[in-house]
Design a protein around this ligand. Structure first.
Ligand SMILES: Cc1ncc(COP(=O)(O)O)c(C=O)c1O
Length: 390
């Protein structure tokens, strides 16, 4: 019963989450269902995780099969599923990359990236961008100047610096031969969906190359086809030195990965990284199936097409003043606080969406299997909510 789950979870969790009053018990495609069977259209994608939709049959079948075969063994042994899944991940990487370190979350992938940059360059300084979010573990948090996240736990790890996002002149002045890495989210999702231009991406690459600093893209939200290309740099013809990915990589089974250019991987030594659960067979089975679905169902192309439809349609809604982002990571800029609109969309139209650190931005991160009909449903809902008297 709804109240039971709500009351039990509220009673026993350490109260760190601002939760919406919905008890989700089942999911299918772009919909989730509560205990009474009420359907919600999920424009939040289980927090950008349900890339292939909820419970994609190919992913579920792979998980079921693996669960009955071998749930877990660590990297101390080789494993057939891990081997296949890593080959599939390698095939999906940009040119010049072929290896990955598998871990369990986005934060851990970013920790690994920062450590790899320090270790392989012999330098310490890491530059990240104001408005960026990289995780809540102490290292990734130290690269996260957004809002209260870092300041609540200050001081962070030494040798992190922050610059304005999108400002090539500031970056050029700051990056030196002491810089191990420049790290950023190509779209600052939580930070108001601020979006890097292709010109900025190319400019940062050139600035890093001039001094031998590594370029790290946190693609935990932007990667795997969400912005209409597999990796954000694909659109600009840029390959970073390291890409971090997580979220939807295994469609909801916890996983993270650090992908590195081959010349970086070649410098990593035995014992430099490690984790018990990373690369577990269950997560790997889910990752292999997820990557196959992204490829076979052409989800990057679908994200581009559906994203274009949404952006075009919402711009015609009175009260919408702009659209940020790419593909299916969009920030719809409103002439009012987005919080009330998110609530009304949920309560009146059973559509789940979210906010950002910029109060006027409504953020959407739907599954990449989104259909044209599900676009129309969202646009109709938003049109109705925006027309309601305030
Ligand atoms: C861009 C980005 N980086 C890193 C993280 C941290 O990932 P995780 O919560 O899996 O540790 C997130 C999570 O929201 C994220 O959006």
């Amino acid at each position: 019963m709804t109240m039971d789950s709500f009351a039990l979870e509220s009673r026993y969790s350490i109260p760190t989450y601002a939760q919406i009053p919905v008890v989700v018990v089942r999911g299918e495609g772009c919909r989730v269902f509560d205990e009474k069977g009420v359907a919600y259209l999920d424009y939040w994608g289980g927090h950008a995780v349900a890339l292939t939709g909820h419970c994609h049959p190919r992913v579920v079948a792979a998980i079921r099969e693996q669960a009955g075969t071998l749930l877990f063994y660590s990297n101390v042994v080789f494993n057939d599923t891990r081997a296949r899944a890593m080959a599939a991940l390698s095939a999906a990487m940009p040119k010049g990359m072929s290896r990955a370190f598998l871990c369990n979350s986005g934060s851990e992938a970013n920790e690994s990236a920062i450590k790899t940059a320090r270790r392989t360059t012999g330098r310490r300084e890491v530059i990240s961008m104001q408005g960026g979010f990289h995780g809540r573990t102490m290292g990734s948090l130290s690269a996260t100047p957004l809002g209260h996240y870092l300041s609540d736990y200050a001081p962070g790890v030494p040798d992190h610096r922050f610059l304005p996002f999108g400002d090539l002149d500031a970056l050029r002045a700051a990056v030196t031969e002491r810089t191990a890495a420049v790290m950023f989210e190509p779209i600052q999702s939580m930070g108001g969906v601020a979006t890097a231009t292709d010109e900025y991406v190319r400019g940062v690459r050139a600035i890093c190359d001039a001094v031998g600093a590594l370029l790290i893209f946190d693609e935990i939200q932007t990667g795997l086809g969400r912005t209409g290309v597999m990796w954000y740099g694909d659109a600009a013809g840029v390959v970073p030195d390291i890409i971090t990915t997580a979220k939807g990589l295994a469609s909801g089974v916890p996983i993270g990965a650090m992908l590195a250019k081959d010349e970086i991987s070649a410098k990593v030594k035995e014992g430099d990284q490690g984790t018990t659960f990373g690369g577990g067979p269950l997560a790997c089975a889910a990752m292999e199936a997820t990557l196959a679905v992204i490829r076979d169902e052409r989800l990057a192309e679908n994200a581009a097409a559906r994203g274009r439809e949404i952006a075009g349609a919402v711009m015609k809604i009175p009260g919408v003043t702009g659209v940020r982002g790419r593909g299916l990571l969009l920030g719809i800029v409103l002439d009012r606080d987005a919080k009330g609109v998110v609530k009304a969309l949920r309560e009146k139209h059973r559509i789940i969406s979210g906010t950002t650190s910029d109060a006027n931005v409504l953020r959407i991160l739907p599954p990449l299997v989104l259909s044209a009909a599900e676009v129309s449903e969202f646009v109709a809902g938003l049109t109705d909510v925006m027309a309601a008297p305030r």
